[in-house]
Design a protein around this ligand. Structure first.
Ligand code: NDP
Ligand code: ZN
Length: 189
């Protein structure tokens, strides 16, 4: 049986607690208002299970991928607690919130090819989760057209990433199922 180094596991648990603390006031946008924390855990789990990622910095950055963008966590604190490599990954996958939303979305497509390998894996994991959420548990007020737009945009980001691995394959499958589901919903309306 493969063993996870003690120090890596210990730091991963610290990151999990940090992430829970930072996102404690937040909910996802679905009708059930799922605790936000479920999302970063799901991304890290996908990297571990589907991507077979065993690099502790990448798994910790997966847990922390939305803390700067969505909670205002300070980069200096992340560097102090988790080191330069984790901070660099988290910054790579964080949007610049000072820009308008459309520009941010376009920049994700433009920046995708130049991301580091770890940041690419986190991005794909994030897009798998969000495409799943848009399909199964979307924000209730979103019309079909907006959900479809989101799927198309996520595809452009992952196309730009240009990886060919199990995570990318799962993304394609999730996207295909999402489009089928939205097609069925469109037929019913
Ligand atoms: P948002 O950025 O507002 O929402 C999507 C993000 O919310 C996801 O990337 C995810 O980010 C997070 N999220 C939280 N809960 C859920 C959930 N249950 N399902 C899916 N995502 C969830 O929306 P858009 O990405 O669409 O960005 C806005 C864009 O939409 C603008 O470019 C604007 O032009 C366009 N727009 C279109 C409209 C239309 O009707 N067609 C109307 C209004 C705007 P994370 O991983 O970071 O948590
Ligand atoms: Zn996310």
């Amino acid at each position: 049986m493969q063993c996870v180094p003690f120090d890596d596991f210990s730091l991963f648990l610290t990151a999990l607690r940090y992430c829970a603390e930072k996102h404690r006031m937040q909910r996802r946008k679905d009708a059930q208002r799922t605790p936000y924390l479920n999302h970063p855990i799901e991304v890290a789990e996908l990297l571990w299970r589907v991507g077979s990622v065993r690099d502790a910095s990448i798994l910790i950055a997966a847990l922390l991928h939305d803390v700067i963008e969505d909670t205002g966590a300070r980069p200096e604190e992340i560097r102090r607690l988790f080191g330069d490599e984790v901070l660099s990954l988290v910054l790579e996958v964080s949007d610049d919130k000072s820009l308008p939303k459309d520009a941010r979305k376009e920049l994700q497509v433009v920046h995708a090819p130049g991301l580091s390998r770890g940041a690419k894996l986190i991005k794909i994991g994030d897009k798998i989760c969000n495409v799943r959420d848009i399909t199964i548990s979307p924000p209730p007020e979103w019309p079909l057209e907006r959900r479809l737009e989101y799927l198309n945009w996520a595809e452009r980001v992952v196309d730009g990433i240009g990886e060919d691995n199990y995570l990318e394959k799962l993304f394609r499958k999730t996207l295909m199922e999402g489009r089928q589901q939205l097609g069925q919903e469109a037929d019913l309306t």
